[in-house]
Design a protein around this ligand. Structure first.
Ligand code: SF4
Length: 223
């Protein structure tokens, strides 16, 4: 399995939801936040690269597969608040984490030794409240041969940027977090081959406030 921040974070939040989604391969319904995020990212990317606002919004709606809750009006509002800075957009990276495991991700915007992740969330948070920014900082420094990099979360609804300058020494903590979780998952997957009835022991359900956004409640043995 190739790992990403979102996979690892899902496993850390609830191993059983990870199991249902990534091991059983059950698809999740596309929620409004997910569809809106995809649509807005597409629109910002195109606008930065020279498309008109109307073309960018239309492409965003197509990207979201015309999700019924994603409107052109909300996209226009978010697009108007996006930082229109020239840079590389939607940059893919894939690199070894260690132990034969790979990490991949997409970075929304990069310019020299700076990168940004655009967020359409309703609640802003700090750069190091999750491992995402630090993990991307580590990956970009490795891939681009940098010794430090400025990473930022840009909260579109609030025109608010939360930034942090990472050194490679510091960002390696995020690599260690990712590698530890990925190794743990790989070990559990290999145990499942021999002990398939131990799935709820190896990938336990961890009920909490996150369950209200979980599409697998009906599949969950803890409910
Ligand atoms: S309902 Fe809650 S505990 Fe069950 S799989 Fe979903 S997130 Fe995990």
């Amino acid at each position: 399995m190739i790992y990403s921040y979102s996979r690892l974070s899902l496993y850390e939040t609830c191993p059983y939801r990870f199991y249902i989604k990534y091991i059983l391969g059950k698809s999740e319904p596309v929620t409004k936040p997910l569809a809106l995020g995809k649509a807005v990212h597409k629109a910002i990317e195109l606008k930065i690269n020279g498309e008109t606002e109307a073309e960018a919004i239309a492409a965003g709606l197509i990207e979201a597969d015309f999700h019924p809750e994603v409107t052109g009006e909300e996209m226009q509002q978010l697009l108007s608040r996006a930082p229109m800075e020239v840079g590389e957009t939607e940059v893919h990276f894939q690199l070894p984490l260690g132990s034969g495991i790979s990490l991949q991700g997409y970075v929304d915007w990069i310019k020299k030794d700076q990168f940004k992740d655009w967020k359409s969330n309703w609640r802003p948070y700090g750069p190091n409240e999750t491992w995402q920014l630090m993990l991307y900082a580590w990956a970009l420094m490795k891939v681009r041969g940098l010794k430090q990099i400025r990473g930022a979360l840009y909260f579109l609804r609030f025109r608010r940027e939360e930034a942090y300058v990472y050194s490679l020494l510091e960002a390696v903590k995020a690599r260690d977090w990712a590698l530890r979780l990925a190794e743990e998952i790989e070990l559990k997957i290999s145990c499942l081959d021999s002990f398939s009835d131990m799935k709820s022991f190896l990938f336990p359900a961890t009920p909490g406030s996150h369950c209200k956004h979980c599409p697998f409640v009906l599949d969950c043995y803890s409910y």
